[in-house]
Design a protein around this ligand. Structure first.
Ligand code: MTE
Length: 300
């Protein structure tokens, strides 16, 4: 599939992993793997330094495995991620239940180093591996009239102990407007640092929408539905005053209980400090046009 977007963030000189894939490396047909092999030729340009593998995989939100930041790393190993399929239905020309391996054989996996900003006002930089959601939607064939995309996480309380508790309504659901879903920044991630994505980060495939608060980036996806109505979303259902459908990162629109003007960087130890939150999490140039004329305080 054609590459639609060029990364502006690159690996810093030294990373905890030592070697991983070239950010432009293309991998097609490596069925079942979230990786694109190891490559040299890592670009060294001005950019952000990705957080370490340890930080990214030990400080998580995945309420299906508990509400503590360390719970997913401790408990998510119980999730069976193979075989895995995604049901694609609703307003598509080719609805069906697609085996993940078949999907991956048609997708281009590339690396995307993205800022990741949680609504709780912490942030990381993550080197994801994945494919553009637009390519998957093109594969299914979006019908005219579709306006939104709904996503659903696996429902399996015997493997996801948190689903036995009514912290949220299960399964976890999310949604995007179709133009957001088709945006080249919107990624379906299958790896981190060139390795298969760990269960606690949403294995085997999760959404990454880097200009929105992290909760929009739904994990362990089993269903994608094209629809003409704004779909319900888990956190909005839990508290619609605090979590809007759009949830674009916006330093000027505070959460009712805390400021969104700055964020705590996770990782970095003693050097960690708060930094100013950027409009659309730093992706304003790419995505501001999607919201032209919209009142972002009203459509938060
Ligand atoms: N997806 C599911 N299914 N369940 C969850 O609890 N948490 C969300 C999002 N996706 C969540 C989810 C939240 S609040 C955040 S901040 C990110 O996942 C965290 O992703 P990470 O653990 O990879 O950093």
């Amino acid at each position: 599939m054609a590459k639609r977007w060029t990364n502006d963030l690159t690996h810093a000189d030294v990373t905890p992993e030592g070697a991983y894939l070239n950010r432009r490396q293309v991998m097609a047909g490596m069925v079942g793997l979230g990786v694109a092999g190891l490559g040299a030729n890592v670009a060294h340009a001005a950019g952000l330094k990705p957080d370490s593998w340890e930080t990214i995989t030990n400080y998580n939100n995945f309420y299906e495995f508990g509400t503590g930041k360390g719970d997913p790393a401790k408990y998510a190993h119980t999730l069976t991620t193979e075989p895995w399929s995604i049901k694609i239905d609703g307003m598509v020309n080719r609805p069906g239940t697609y085996a993940l391996g078949d999907i991956l054989s048609k997708m281009t996996i590339e690396e995307r180093i993205y800022r990741f900003r949680c609504v709780e006002a912490w942030s990381m930089v993550v080197p994801w591996n994945g494919f553009e959601l637009a390519d998957l939607l093109d594969m299914a064939g979006v019908k005219a009239g579709a306006k939104y995309v709904a996503f659903e996480t696996l429902m399996r309380p015997e493997e996801m102990p948190g689903q036995k508790y009514p912290v949220l309504e299960w399964p976890y659901v999310e949604g995007l407007r179709l133009d957001e879903a088709m945006h080249p920044l919107t990624l379906m991630a299958t790896g981190i640092y060139g390795k298969t994505i760990p269960n606690q980060n949403g294995a085997p495939v999760r959404l990454v929408v880097p200009w929105k608060y992290g909760f929009k980036s739904i994990k362990s996806i089993v269903r994608i539905t094209l629809t003409d109505r704004e779909p319900p979303t888990s956190w909005n259902k839990a508290n619609r005053r605090e979590y809007g459908f759009y949830s674009n990162v916006n330093p000027n629109v505070d959460h009712p209980r805390w400021s969104q003007a700055s964020e705590r960087t996770i990782g970095g130890g003693l050097l960690a400090r708060r930094k100013e939150t950027l409009m659309f999490n730093g992706y304003e140039k790419e995505v501001a046009k999607l919201y032209k004329g919209m009142d972002l305080a009203k459509h938060f």
